[in-house]
Write a protein that binds this ligand. Structure first.
Ligand code: SF4
Length: 302
C-alpha cells in the first residue's frame, strides 16, 4: 500500500492534480487526498486551487458538481460505475412530471441529484443548510427532491411549511429502523444517538442530534458525552474512532455501507491519474443552469 500511495503522490504532483475524498471513502484514500469532507465542500475547495485535474473519490453526481464549479479543470471519477442510488431515483422526465402535478410551487433539490435535475430546480440545498434554504423561499408550500426523508425532516422542524416530497431515498440510510436504534440504545443507555436526516423520520425522532456528516462529527467531538450511537454510513463512525480515540462510537447496525463509495480503491485512483480516466463532462448550457441553482443556495447560506 505504501508503494502505490507514493506513486499516486508523485503522479499527482507531476500532473498538477488534487484528490478529493468524501467522508464515506475507504480510509486508505485519505492518505493521498488533498481534501476530505462533504461533497459540496470538496467541490468548492477544488475550485479554489490552481490544479489542472480533479480526481473525485466519490460518486457521479459529486464529480458533476465539481465540474460545474470548475469548468476549466479536468474532472476524473476513478470508478465510472460509482453512482448514487438516491440521485438516480429521479431523472429529468420524472422531475417534470412531479413539477407538473404542483404548478407554481418552488422546487428545492438536494445536492445529491444530477446536473440535469439541478438545471430545472429553483434552488439547491445540502443536509447542513436544508432548513435555511426552504425557509428562504417564503412560500407555504415547497417541492423537495429526491430525498423524502430529508424533506419530511425539514417539514417537521419548520412546522408552518408544507414540504411536498418526491419519493426518493438513500437505501443505506433507509435501512436503519427504529428497532435497530432502540436495541443499541438499550445496551448503551448513556450513549447519545446521532443521526443523518436521510434516515427515516421515526429514527430521527429517537435521536439526540440530527444533522449532516459534518454536523455529526462536530457534535461528537465537542460534546462532553463519552459514547455515541452513529446512525449514518460507516465511514463517519470509522473517522470518529480515529479522531476521538478516548470516546466510544457504536454503529446503529452492522455494515451500514454505501457500496458505491467503497468501490474506489487506491489502484483506481492511480489508474485515474495515469490514464486520465474517467473524465466527467457537463454540457455548457446545462452546466450554467445547474450552477445557477447551486449559486442561489450559496447566496442564501453564506
Ligand atoms: S450513502 Fe446514499 S445518498 Fe450517499 S452516495 Fe451512497 S447511496 Fe447516495
Amino acid at each position: 500500500m505504501a508503494e502505490i500511495t507514493e506513486k499516486i503522490k508523485r503522479l499527482k504532483k507531476e500532473k498538477n492534480a488534487v484528490i478529493l475524498a468524501h467522508c464515506y471513502q475507504n480510509p486508505e484514500i485519505d492518505e493521498v487526498a488533498d481534501f476530505v469532507g462533504d461533497s459540496l465542500y470538496l467541490s468548492r475547495m477544488a475550485a479554489q486551487t490552481d490544479a489542472d485535474i480533479i480526481v473525485f473519490a466519490g460518486v457521479y453526481f459529486m464529480a458533476q458538481t465539481a465540474k460545474i464549479l470548475s469548468p476549466d479543470k479536468k474532472v476524473l471519477l476513478p470508478r465510472k460505475e460509482a453512482g448514487c442510488a438516491m440521485a438516480d431515483m429521479i431523472n429529468l422526465e420524472q422531475l417534470r412530471n412531479f413539477k407538473a402535478q404542483y404548478p407554481g410551487i418552488p422546487t428545492v433539490c438536494y445536492i445529491n441529484s444530477t446536473a440535469e435535475v439541478k438545471s430545472e430546480c429553483d434552488i439547491c440545498c445540502t443536509s447542513s443548510n436544508a432548513l435555511q434554504i426552504v425557509k428562504s423561499l417564503n412560500s407555504d408550500k415547497v417541492l423537495f427532491l429526491p430525498d423524502q426523508y430529508l424533506g419530511k425532516w425539514v417539514e417537521a422542524k419548520l412546522k408552518n411549511i408544507e414540504v411536498i416530497t418526491y419519493d426518493g431515498c438513500c437505501p443505506v440510510h433507509r435501512n436503519v429502523l427504529p428497532d435497530d436504534v432502540l436495541k443499541v440504545k438499550n445496551l448503551n443507555p448513556d450513549a447519545k444517538i446521532l443521526t443523518h436526516p436521510e434516515c427515516r423520520k421515526e429514527v430521527a425522532a429517537l435521536s439526540d442530534y440530527v444533522g449532516s456528516t459534518t454536523g455529526i462529527m462536530k457534535y461528537a467531538k465537542e460534546s462532553s458525552a463519552e459514547a455515541f450511537i452513529i446512525a449514518t454510513e460507516k465511514g463517519v463512525l470509522d473517522r470518529l474512532k480515529r479522531d476521538c480515540p478516548n470516546k466510544k462510537f457504536i454503529p446503529v447496525k452492522d455494515n451500514l455501507l454505501c457500496e458505491s463509495m467503497k468501490c474506489t480503491r487506491l489502484e483506481d485512483i492511480y489508474d485515474a491519474l495515469n490514464n486520465e480516466q474517467y473524465e466527467i463532462t457537463v454540457e455548457k448550457t446545462l452546466s450554467a443552469k445547474a450552477l445557477s441553482c447551486i449559486d442561489k443556495m450559496l447566496e442564501v447560506s453564506k
